[in-house]
Design a protein around this ligand. Sequence first.
Ligand SMILES: NC(=O)C1=CN([C@@H]2O[C@H](COP(=O)(O)OP(=O)(O)OC[C@H]3O[C@@H](n4cnc5c(N)ncnc54)[C@H](OP(=O)(O)O)[C@@H]3O)[C@@H](O)[C@H]2O)C=CC1
Ligand SMILES: N[C@@H](CC=O)C(=O)O
Ligand code: NA
Length: 370
Amino acid sequence: MSVVNVAVIGVGLVGKEFLNQLATVASSQTNRSIRLVYVSNSKNSVYNANDGIPLDRWEQTLAQEQARKVSPSDLPSRLKADLNVSTSARPVTIVVDNTSSEQIASLYPSFIQNGVDVITPNKKAYSSNLSLYNDIVTASSTPGGGRYLNESTVGAGLPIISTLKDLVATGDEVVKIEGVLSGTLSYIFNEYSTPSGQGPSFSSIVSQAREKGYTEPHPGDDLNGADVARKLTILSRLIPSLRNHLPEGYQSVSITSLVPASLASVSSGDEFVKALPSFDAEFEQLREDAKREGKVLRYVGVIDVKEGVVKAALDKYPANHAFATSLQGSDNIIAFHTKRYGSRPLIVQGAGAGASVTAMGVMSDLLKLL
Ligand SMILES: NC(=O)C1=CN([C@@H]2O[C@H](COP(=O)(O)OP(=O)(O)OC[C@H]3O[C@@H](n4cnc5c(N)ncnc54)[C@H](OP(=O)(O)O)[C@@H]3O)[C@@H](O)[C@H]2O)C=CC1
Ligand SMILES: N[C@@H](CC=O)C(=O)O
Ligand code: NA
């Protein structure tokens, strides 16, 4: 029976749900044994390369004081040494990063160089500066290197990255990609800006989006457009002519921020949400302006390949536009305009945030590796 070792960094909303799904998948395997060898949050970690960590007791094991601690930065070498990942008959060893940490993302090259596969919904690695992206691509294309999959970084579990990779790999030419790429901003504007122009306050809807688990750990990272810009960067880098187009990653994208200037430096998500009601009147004005034109507000991302324009912006759309009529909840909608898909784009739509659909995208990457 072949062995698959899985190390999980980050056990918040997505990480916990991923471990639930891993337990279900592990129990249905007949010709391979899935072993959980590492679990960590930001304060604690448990490592057991010999016997594995029971999938139905990982939480208690992590909470134990005598848990065997290994920091994520020591993990690449420990996994290589203890699990013999570099031999040709190696068991598959996969690290799943369910954090939103830059520091963890910076470790991917060393995991991959050590033959460990990396799967993640964390957008930081492929949306930051080009050097980290290039290091990951180089490491994973080197013989013996691990593989890297990140489907849930765009559209959560929706098949966005795999669709774009398939279009490019089969020789189609991408002309433009546009859509609603943020589950949080989709939910907020679907609820806030309807044709009637009436409804609850902006800040109350932001709090609801947070309670539903759609937002980033800090909701300001959704409202400032950075999350959409990161997704646009990840997609742009899969389009050959745009691969080097955004040297500073999401910071090279043209972004409209919805964060009030005086809240831009509030580092606590709780404090940010508490202070937001003072700015409801400003958002009310935007809602009224749109209503007066018979339009609704939607936050949209665009990659125009020919023009070389990549932008994340709040725009007004007619009340009968697909962005106004067909979206509900945290839905994302992404239209791929390509040479083959001509005048009618290939469209992918569905829930684009939330723990269960995000963990599904992570789990499906794991199954693809197997
Ligand atoms: N929620 C969603 O709908 C979607 C989320 N994503 C991405 O999934 C990732 C996880 O999101 P979510 O689960 O909502 O976030 P949470 O804040 O709920 O969970 C983050 C987890 O990461 C842990 N963590 C943070 N830093 C470190 C570190 N340095 N070392 C070890 N563990 C660390 C946290 O530990 P502690 O508990 O101690 O703070 C926590 O367990 C993010 O990258 C997000 O962008 C992608 C698509 C959709
Ligand atoms: N905060 C993000 C989560 C998924 O990427 C979003 O709202 O889309
Ligand atoms: Na996806």
